[in-house]
Design a protein. Structure first.
Length: 65
């Protein structure tokens, strides 16, 4: 089975392909940005967890002096 492609069909597919490639690039960039934000949020959470643990330890420790 051989299909004849019209110029309009070729143009439409070419345009759609270019649009999809641009969308993939944008989604890749968005994904990278979200991944960096997630890593930063996790790091911040670990810092906050350590800070809370330190404060809890200070509260639990008998007063010195």
């Amino acid at each position: 089975m051989e299909t004849e492609w019209t110029e309009d069909t070729i143009q439409r597919i070419t345009t759609e392909n270019a649009t999809l490639k641009q969308r993939v690039r944008q989604l890749t960039t968005d994904n990278r940005t979200l991944d960096e934000r997630l890593k930063a949020a996790r790091s911040n959470l670990r810092f906050q967890d350590r800070r809370v643990a330190d404060l809890e330890a200070q509260i639990a420790a008998p007063p010195s002096g």
